[in-house]
Design a protein around this ligand. Structure first.
Ligand code: PLP
Length: 396
């Protein structure tokens, strides 16, 4: 009889979003017709911008035309989009060859697939609280996982010390769920550590477009030595509303080698074996994001989310509640007031003011006592949620 991958039996059930949905459902059954203010969602609420929609329509028409029709696309990405991505980096003074830029179907797919590059014996270090997929993808692969807890004392931005050991290192900056962003000097410590130890950093830059402080790095390749130790995984999901459309890009420098193997070459071989390229239509839509018009339009949407962040941050500032994130990230991570637990605070907000957030405990044990607000909701609901929060907690 065939033996399935028994590592699946080691996955912990993820009750986080299921529990949230169940609790909201139960509340609405008891309180029919009540409006719920959803600050828990990790999905965008604004539609794709006009420049993207126009490009998608044109690409659909191309597919109806004998001369302009495209069949299979190159596995590593359409040359037109790979070049646009390389130019996007060049504008940030990061020099990349076009074939160091790969087009993907989104960061989630890539974060899972990229693990093909590493042996099962490699350990994976996950800075927690963390995006849950990092842990689960490595459990499925049967890898040892090193959980590196972070906390308020280091601003949820830990750096390696003499006890740190890791082969694969996940760094998400700006972070989901904490919204914390590594400074150049903090990130440099991880780059130096990885080069010294022969580790590889998987740098998840899904939220780089939300950084507004000029001193903070958008890309790990802004750091000296990163090209010999890092892979950067990016997504148009939160940058340009592609969560349901699906497009991302990944940078694997040609200088990244381990044990005589070149990881860029390996990834080309992986893509040509396991994919037949990302749809032409989506790549045309993605290309439109990088045009001046596309950039202006996606900024307008990002600014709406940033304004939501300001509204929540102002309320928390007035209440004197500790938080991080919000300024350079679409998430705000706060300490639950009055020593409440994550789920206790969840229930309290749902029952008292019908505001839904995400309990921090769901992102790792060290998230207990913290809570995540997302800024991807509607401005109206966000304003009302912040007003209700202020009124409720001032009363306390
Ligand atoms: N990485 C992080 C940290 C995320 O929060 C998300 C989505 O929420 C993703 C990756 C997945 O992005 P994509 O939609 O491109 O798969």
């Amino acid at each position: 009889m065939i033996t399935p991958n028994m590592n699946y039996a080691n996955l912990k059930d993820s009750y986080l979003f299921f529990n949230i949905a169940q609790k909201v459902k139960a509340y609405l059954e008891k309180n029919p017709g009540k409006h719920i203010y959803r600050l828990g969602i990790g999905d965008v609420s604004l539609p794709l911008c006009d420049a993207v929609i126009k490009a998608l329509h044109e690409a659909v028409d191309d597919q109806a035309n004998k001369e302009r029709f495209h069949g299979y696309m190159p596995e590593c990405g359409a040359p037109f989009l790979r070049e646009i991505i390389a130019n996007f980096y060049a504008d940030k003074d990061i020099k990349l060859d076009v074939d160091e830029c790969f087009v993907s179907s989104g960061a989630s797919d890539e974060l899972g697939d990229i693990l093909d590059l590493f042996d099962r014996s490699c350990s994976a270090l996950v800075i927690e609280p963390a995006y849950p997929a990092y842990v689960d993808a490595n459990v499925i692969a049967g890898r040892e996982i090193i959980h590196l807890a972070s906390g308020k004392e280091n601003g949820f931005l830990p750096v390696p010390d003499e006890n740190t050991r890791a082969d694969i290192i996940y760094i998400c900056s700006p972070n989901n769920p904490t919204g914390a962003v590594f400074s150049r000097s903090q990130l440099q410590k991880w780059v130096d550590f990885a080069n010294k130890n022969g580790s590889v950093i998987l740098f998840d830059a899904a939220y780089e477009a939300y950084i507004e402080d000029e001193s903070l790095p958008h890309s790990i390749f802004e750091l000296e030595g990163a090209k010999t130790c890092a892979i950067e995984i990016c997504s148009l999901s939160k940058t340009a509303g592609f969560t349901g459309t699906r497009l991302g890009y990944t940078v694997i420098p040609k200088a990244l080698e381990r044990n005589g193997m070149n990881l860029n070459d390996m990834w080309v071989r992986n893509r040509t074996t396991k994919t037949n390229g990302v749809s032409y239509i989506l790549q045309k839509g993605g290309a439109a994001v990088f045009t001046p018009e596309g950039q202006r339009q996606i900024r307008e949407n990002i600014n709406i989310y940033k304004n939501n962040a300001k509204v929540i941050m102002e309320a928390l500032d007035k209440l004197g509640i500790w938080y991080c994130g919000g300024k350079n990230a679409p998430y705000i991570w706060l300490q639950c007031p009055n020593g409440m637990g994550s789920w206790e605070f969840f229930d309290y907000l749902l029952n008292e003011i019908q505001v839904v957030g995400t309990p921090g405990q769901g992102f790792g044990a060290c998230g207990e006592g913290y809570f995540r607000f997302s800024t991807f909701g509607s401005p109206e609901d966000t304003k009302e949620a912040a007003r209700r929060l202020s009124e409720l907690l001032e009363r306390k």
